[in-house]
Ligand binder design. Structure first.
Ligand SMILES: *Cc1c(COP(=O)(O)O)cnc(C)c1O
Length: 383
C-alpha cells in the first residue's frame, strides 16, 4: 500500500511547515494546521479495498502514516450505517441512515481522532500526553495512550457523567477534576503540559485528530459505492468531525474518486451552547465565546471552539446550515432512536434527529434526499 508524504498548511494564513516532530498550531497566527499530502491515491486503488482489514486504517493511503508503519489501533472505525426506514417514512426522505459511532473502541468516535493523533505523537517521541475533555476524548486518550505505552493526564469537569469518568480511570489515565467547563479544563491542561513536557492533544491543537475523523467520510462514501449522500447532520462541539469530513470529501473529489456536489453538512448544537449556530445565523466568519454554556450533551459543551471559523467555512462551502436544539428535544430523540432503531444514542446523537425535524420543516432537507445522521457516542456512557 502506497503512502504519501505530507506537510502542514495553516488554515488561516499563508504559513506552511514540514511535519517533523510534534506539531501544534501555526506559530504565526495561532490557527490550526491542516495536513496536505503530496499526492492522493488514484481511483484504481478502490479495487484493492476488498482485501483490506476492517478498521479505519483500511484507508491508510489517505492518512498520515509511513509505508509499513503500524498505527496505534484498537480496531476503531468500520462502524455500521444502520438504516432507519421508519424515520425516513416519518420525515418523507428517500433514505435515512444512522452511522453508529458508539460501536468504536471506547464508545465514541473520539477513538478515530485519538488513534491517528497518538500514532503520530508516539512516533515523534512524545513522553506524556494531556488533554482537557468534556468526557469522551479523555476516555479515548486514556485508552490509546495506554496502548502506546505513554502516560496520560486528563482534565475533566467535575460534573462529567460518572460512567465516563470511570472509563477514563479504567484505561489507566491520571484524572484531575476541575470546577468548570472544557474551556476551564483547557487552561489548566495547557499549564500542566508546559510544566511537565506533556503533549497536549486538545481538539485542533495538533493536526492529526482531524485526519482520523476523516475516515467517517471515507466510510460513508464507500458504503454508498463511492458516492456522496445528499446531506449529513453532525453534532458539533469542537468541530473535528465536521472539518475532517469536509476535508476528505474535497480530497475524494480532487482525486477523482467521487464526482458531484459535496454533501450538504449540517451542524447541530445545543440551545445552551451554540456558538457556531449563532455565528452562522449572523453571517459571521468567526465564532464568539458562548457565556454560561450549559447542556446535557457533554460533547457539545464547547463554548469557544478553536476551529470555529473552519466549521463556518465547511457549512458555507457545502451549502449546509447550523441549527440549535433544546436538551429536552435531544434527550427525547435519543430515546426515540433507541426505541425505534435499537441504537443506544447519546444526547448528541439524539440532537441530530431533533435537528432533522427542524431542517425538514425549514425546507433545507427535502423528499428525495439521502441523509446520514451521526450517533457520535454511546448512550450508556451518560448513565
Ligand atoms: C466530542 C463529541 C462531539 C463533538 O465532536 P467534535 O468533532 O469535536 O465537534 C459530539 N458527540 C460526542 C458524543 C462527543 O464525544
Amino acid at each position: 500500500m502506497t503512502s504519501y508524504n505530507w506537510s502542514l498548511l495553516c488554515s488561516e494564513c499563508p504559513a506552511t511547515a514540514d511535519a517533523a516532530g510534534l506539531p501544534t498550531v501555526c506559530p504565526d497566527c495561532g490557527a490550526p494546521w491542516l495536513v496536505s499530502y503530496d499526492s492522493l491515491p488514484s481511483p484504481e486503488v478502490k479495487s484493492t479495498y476488498g482485501t483490506r482489514q476492517w478498521s479505519m486504517w483500511r484507508y491508510r493511503d489517505w492518512m498520515p502514516l509511513a509505508e509499513g508503519e503500524p498505527p496505534v489501533s484498537l480496531g476503531e472505525g468500520a462502524t455500521p450505517m444502520i438504516s432507519a426506514p421508519a424515520f425516513a417514512k416519518e420525515y418523507g426522505l428517500a433514505t435515512l441512515w444512522i452511522k453508529d459511532e458508539a460501536l468504536n473502541a471506547t464508545g465514541s468516535f473520539k477513538a478515530r481522532g485519538m488513534s491517528a493523533a497518538v500514532t503520530r505523537a508516539a512516533a515523534a517521541g512524545a513522553k506524556a500526553f494531556s488533554t482537557p475533555t468534556a468526557g469522551n476524548a479523555g476516555v479515548a486518550l486514556s485508552a490509546y495512550g495506554g496502548r502506546a505505552g505513554v502516560p496520560v493526564k486528563v482534565f475533566a469537569p467535575r460534573w462529567t457523567p460518572n460512567t465516563i469518568l470511570t472509563q477514563i480511570v479504567t484505561f489507566g489515565a491520571d484524572l484531575e477534576l476541575i470546577d468548570g467547563h472544557i474551556g476551564d479544563c483547557g487552561k489548566v491542561a495547557r499549564v500542566y503540559a508546559a510544566e511537565n513536557e506533556a503533549f497536549d492533544v486538545s481538539t485542533l491543537r495538533e493536526p492529526y485528530r482531524i485526519e482520523g475523523k476523516k475516515t467517517m467520510g471515507l466510510e460513508v462514501a464507500e458504503a454508498l459505492g463511492w458516492q456522496f449522500p445528499d446531506s449529513l447532520i453532525y453534532p458539533t462541539g469542537g468541530g473535528t468531525g465536521l472539518i475532517g469530513m469536509w476535508k476528505v470529501f474535497k480530497e475524494l473529489r480532487e482525486a477523482g474518486w467521487v464526482n458531484g456536489d459535496l454533501p450538504r453538512l449540517y451542524s447541530v448544537q445545543s440551545e445552551g451552547c451554540a456558538p457556531v449556530v449563532k455565528a452562522f445565523e449572523a453571517g459571521a466568519k468567526k465564532t464568539e465565546p458562548w457565556e454560561n454554556a450549559e447542556t446535557v450533551a457533554w460533547g457539545l459543551r464547547v463554548p469557544a471552539p478553536l476551529g470555529g471559523s473552519l466549521c463556518l467555512r465547511a457549512l458555507e462551502e457545502t451549502k449546509g446550515a447550523a441549527v440549535a436544539v433544546s436538551d429536552e428535544a435531544a434527550t427525547a430523540c435519543a430515546e426515540k432512536i433507541a426505541k425505534t432503531v435499537s441504537v443506544d444514542a447519546s444526547p448528541e446523537g439524539g440532537a441530530t434527529l431533533a435537528a432533522l425535524e427542524k431542517l425538514v420543516d425549514a425546507g433545507h432537507i427535502g423528499k428525495s434526499d439521502k441523509v446520514v445522521l451521526f450517533n457520535t457516542g454511546a448512550g450508556w456512557l451518560y448513565r
